[in-house]
Design a protein around this ligand. Structure first.
Ligand code: PMP
Length: 369
């Protein structure tokens, strides 16, 4: 198997599997219990909090705030946006965002829009300096700005610390939310609210986090037993949290190696005819999106799968539906239908890229014959 769909999800690493198993065997107690087993769970959660707060910024300075464990980034994004709804009242307040957000942000913004909040959505294709364009939209009425650190379809990355700094300079009251699912442990991060997900960094599915900076109050979505300081009721999944901590500690983003794989892929694609490259210079090296003109994404995906090569047609969440996001990068309708996303992990090597390109070339030949 050649797995090149790591932006959709990653294989849990050995460290994560071991930590989940150990917690299931030895720390299955409820963190709210007063006996010793509960204490072991509390200790695992406390350690995971510390590891995450240190890791998230991507600098030596830990995050200045708290971290909530959630079921994944969909919940983190919903909590960040809907839990900030008190800031949008009275009506008339606005949110600045982008046209390239994941559905867990995009659809939540639409819900708020239906409730009367003004939403501004900027597309990268319309702006040379995207960060400056976002900051430019912030005014005294802007309650929140929500932007993704790294786009899941193309790998397009923004300078998040710069965005945060400049928004705060313009309006210190504007809350900055960053969907950092594809940027976590890969690029430097800052924000008032930061969403991340475990299964994109070799942890399990079903665990994520929302970082909340000191002073950035969020109201809870779930009512119940008052766990996690009342902000996220529900018994903490200590096994998943242990696995998340282990995966974060073990994670290494080998930028140079990914850049080499990306360069090789781009070079081999350049030797083929009718290929459009949808990932620009501003993209992270582990995600490459391109269009094989004349071969629809689905046909290409299934053809590659015959040889055990797994890629994606874009966002796994859109399930075969063509991308709403690629047009915001200036990709034509025709190219959207033929888009392929390749995303690397540390397990990939040059031979994987060679096999991928060889099969793409064969598929093109077969279809066009
Ligand atoms: N945001 C982005 C950018 C994503 O790529 C994803 C996962 N595809 C999500 C949010 C949702 O994350 P989860 O699967 O943890 O709910």
């Amino acid at each position: 198997m050649i797995y090149l769909d790591n932006a959709a999800t990653t294989k849990p690493c050995t460290e994560c599997v071991k930590a989940v198993n150990a917690a299931m065997e030895n720390a299955f107690g409820n963190a709210s219990s007063l006996h010793g087993l509960g204490t072991s769970s509390i200790q695992i959660i406390a350690r995971a909090r510390k590891t995450l707060l240190t890791a998230v910024t991507g600098t030596k300075k830990p995050f200045d705030g708290e971290v909530l464990f959630t079921s994944g980034a969909t919940e983190s994004n919903n909590t960040a946006l809907l839990g900030s709804a008190h800031r949008f009242r009275p009506h008339g307040k606005r949110i600045v965002s982008t046209a390239i957000e994941h559905p867990s942000v995009a659809k939540t913004l639409t819900r708020l829009e239906e409730d009367g909040v003004e939403i501004v959505r900027l597309a990268p294709k319309d702006h040379e300096d995207f960060v400056a364009a976002l900051v430019n939209e912030v005014d005294e009425n802007t309650a929140l700005l929500s932007a993704m650190a790294v786009n899941n379809e193309t790998g397009f990355a923004i300078d998040v610390p710069r965005l945060y700094r400049e928004v705060k300079k313009k309006n210190p009251r504007t809350i900055v939310h960053i969907d950092a699912v594809q940027g976590f442990l890969k690029v430097p991060l800052d924000g008032d609210l930061i969403s991340v997900s475990g299964h994109k960094i070799h942890s399990t599915k079903g665990i994520g986090a929302l970082f909340i900076k000191k002073g950035a109050k969020v109201l809870p979505l779930l009512s119940g037993g008052g766990q996690q300081s009342g902000l996220r009721s529900g018994t903490e999944p200590v096994e998943l949290i242990a696995g998340f901590e282990a995966a974060v500690s073990a994670y290494r983003f080998d930028k140079e190696r990914f850049a080499e794989l990306k360069a090789l892929l781009l070079q081999m694609l350049a030797e083929m005819e009718d290929i459009g490259i949808n990932s620009t210079e501003d993209c992270v090296p582990n995600i490459v999106n391109f269009s094989v003109r004349g071969v629809r994404s689905e046909i290409m995906l299934h053809s590659l799968e015959e040889d055990g090569i797994y890629v994606s047609s874009g966002s796994a969440c859109s399930k075969g539906k063509s991308s709403d996001v690629l047009p915001a990068f200036g990709v034509s309708e025709k190219d959207v239908d033929c888009a392929v996303r390749v995303s690397f992990s540390a397990e990939n090597c040059a031979e994987d890229i060679e096999k991928l390109c060889d099969k793409i070339a064969k598929t093109i030949e077969r279809i066009r014959r």
